[in-house]
Design a protein around this ligand. Structure first.
Ligand SMILES: C[S@@+](CC[C@H](N)C(=O)[O-])C[C@H]1O[C@@H](n2cnc3c(N)ncnc32)[C@H](O)[C@@H]1O
Length: 261
């Protein structure tokens, strides 16, 4: 079941312009790029949810073959324009991650779904997307993605965590807390605390997107059947986090780097 509100948001001009202006890799992406750097020249890479091409500029020149896909036609034409002088426009295609039948089985050596792109897909489709990734990736190939951390969102939902000695900060934080509660009236803090995953309307892009949030342990369980050697990275610090430390991690999203079984 496609989430049309999310697709509509990613088709809107202002949002496309926003993603076209992004340049920098996130620290976790840089850490993964340096691990793969020596191998990329022999690899076929698939950049899923490529958006405005933020990751294209860093990865495309290093990979033997590079394909970027997005379900937003506006994002794909923005990429084709942005890289008109350096990348074949056919390297970019409009394609929904839920159905990548345009690619044969065992095509790619490295698949990236960066900056939480997978989180704009509903739970039942997310499992299908993971199966599609397994199908188009070669056995032993790498898969890297980031996803929102439900433990971080629990903090946001808890008004007590927004109190501080600075009254201006407290006021601003409580306004944001109130907006979160207003836009997510169907969830109480208690419900979040007892959920493994939840679709939350969150602040980026003015609460227009419904965004999947998942507990890190649940994410590891979701990956277990199809993926191995799963490493988790702090998006902000770019360092690996041990699986034992994950229950205490409150960062808003985390990167997962693994191999297809
Ligand atoms: C948060 S943006 C990130 C864009 C880009 N990867 C970046 O890091 O700047 C998420 C992207 O995922 C794309 N996306 C979301 N759901 C998708 C789906 N089912 N199939 C393909 N792309 C999807 C959106 O259109 C959007 O471009």
């Amino acid at each position: 079941m496609i989430n049309f509100q999310n697709l509509k948001t990613y088709e809107s001009r202002g949002i496309i312009q926003h993603y076209t202006q992004l340049q920098q890799l996130q620290p976790a992406e840089s850490a993964i790029l340096s691990q793969l750097k020596d191998q990329l020249s022999t690899m076929s890479m698939l950049d899923m949810g490529v958006g405005g091409g933020r990751t294209t500029q860093h990865f495309a020149k290093l990979a033997a073959n590079y394909r970027g896909i997005d379900y937003s036609a506006g994002m794909i034409s923005a990429c084709q324009k942005r890289f008109a002088n350096s990348i074949d426009p056919d390297s970019f295609a409009v394609c929904d991650a839920r159905d990548m039948s345009c690619f044969a089985d065992n095509t790619f050596d490295f698949i990236l779904f960066s900056f939480n792109g997978i989180d704009y897909i509903e739970h039942c489709d997310r499992i299908q997307v993971l199966q599609e990734i397994q199908r188009v990736g070669k056995p032993g190939s790498y898969f890297c993605f980031s996803t929102h951390n439900l433990q971080g969102m629990e903090q946001v939902f808890n008004w007590r965590s927004h109190l501080s000695y600075n009254p201006v900060n407290t006021y601003t934080e409580l306004v944001i807390w109130a907006l979160y509660r207003l836009f997510n009236r169907s969830y109480s803090l208690k419900q979040l605390q007892s959920s493994a995953h939840a679709m939350i309307r969150d602040e980026p892009h003015n609460f227009r997107l419904r965004t999947y949030h998942i507990r890190p342990q649940e994410q590891l369980d979701q990956l277990e059947s199809g993926f191995k050697n799963i490493k988790v990275y702090s998006w902000q610090r770019g360092i690996e986090i041990s699986h034992e430390d994950l229950p205490a991690i409150l960062e808003m999203w985390l990167y997962y780097f693994c191999e297809i079984k």
